[in-house]
Each structure stands twice: as structure tokens, then as C-alpha cells.
Ligand binder design. Sequence first.
Ligand code: SF4
Length: 238
Amino acid sequence: MSKSKSLSKKTRIKPSLAIKPMGRLQSLVERQRRATKIFTRLAQVMPEPRCELHYKTPYQLLISVVLSAQTTDKSVNKCMAPLYDAGLTPEQVVAMGAKTFESKIKTIGLAPTKAKNVIGLTQILLEQFGGKVPDNREDLEALPGVGRKTANVVLAEIFHQPTLAVDTHVFRVGMRLGLHAAPTPQKAELILLEVIDPRFLPAAHHWLILHGRYTCKAAKPDCPQCKISDLCPSFTKL
Ligand code: SF4
């Protein structure tokens, strides 16, 4: 998802992004209380947060999330719009084959690998799931090119399950807000799921991504314009 670079379980965050909140991390209860204030505020500012990947069917969303690794939502949307507008189906993708599909996504990075994964996962969907996207983590993560983050996005966006996909924005913003100090995305996910009240899920994923993309940017966070600066331990320290 959008500069939402896929972060594997073992990924270590670059020093430039590993900006920890100053001072000690608050207790779980204190962080839970502050998180509730943060997401209540973000809900007022962004009442209807949306996934910025365009899609018309669950299958198309799954493909777009797989394609979005190491690139932007914008470039995926641009590339896939004509295919989705024409009603791209799993059957059509398999009929195309890897080489033809690769030629259609050549503007996206890692096209050969991604094309191979999309064809592979689509074949499995057709053979085992009647062409439908499965609604559980186990089946999703068994698909080629689908890791925990992609599965979380699909479970949240399509099936409205209370998950939290931790991409680079969610990781960075969660850390700057002092909600976690985990070394990896997967550990951050587990901590954030403890800290965030379930009533804010799965929307919290979008709020953190959008806040990270447009305000709490990696290189230069816009603290003076930030709507939650009074709740952020990193304010004035970046
Ligand atoms: S105050 Fe600054 S560091 Fe904290 S969330 Fe806002 S933009 Fe990010």
C-alpha cells in the first residue's frame, strides 16, 4: 500500500525511521487511554477513512495489495485502472498467463515476481475457492505473494475484521505517538492491538496510514499542523 512498503517479520527499521518517543514508554493502561483520545480525535478529523487503492471487487483489491509492495498506491491505481474498469476477473488473469500479465504491470516495480505470484494465487483461488477471496488468515497467507500485512489489509477492508496491517506508516506513526517501541512490524502489530480499543478497528489502520502519509511524514513531520500534537510525546522533538 502506498509507499506502504512491505515490512517482513525480520525487517529492522532504518535508523532514520526508528524515531522513538522521548522518555519512557507509558504503561499499557496509560497508552490505552491516550490511544482512545488519539483515535477519537482522528475519527473527527477523518470520519470516513478509506483505502487509497482503487478496486471494484475483493479479488481486485487482493491483487492491488500484492502489487503495492515496494511501490505507491498511486502507481498501482494508474496501472490497474483500465483493467479494473474492464471488469478484470480471475479467469481472465489465468488466461493471460504470467508473461502477458507482467507486460501489463511493467510500470510497477518487481513486475516479473509480482506477475508470477498473481497468476499463482489466482490459480489457487479458482481451483480451491471457486474464484473467491478467502475470509481467513490461514488461507490468505498460504497464497503466493501474500504475507501477514496483505492478509490483514484484505481481512480489514473486505471482511471488516478487527485487524491492523502494520506498514511503514503505521509503524513510524505508532512509534512517534509512543504507542509502541517494537523492533519489528509483527511485534508492533501485537502491541498496537493491545493498546487500541477494538471499537477503533479496523479503521485505525487507515487513520495511521493517512496521518503518516500526509502529516506525520517520514522525513519531515508537519507537527505545527498536526491535529493530535497535544497527545504526541514526539511533538517539538523532531
Ligand atoms: S506531533 Fe508531529 S510527530 Fe507527533 S504525530 Fe503529529 S506530526 Fe507526528
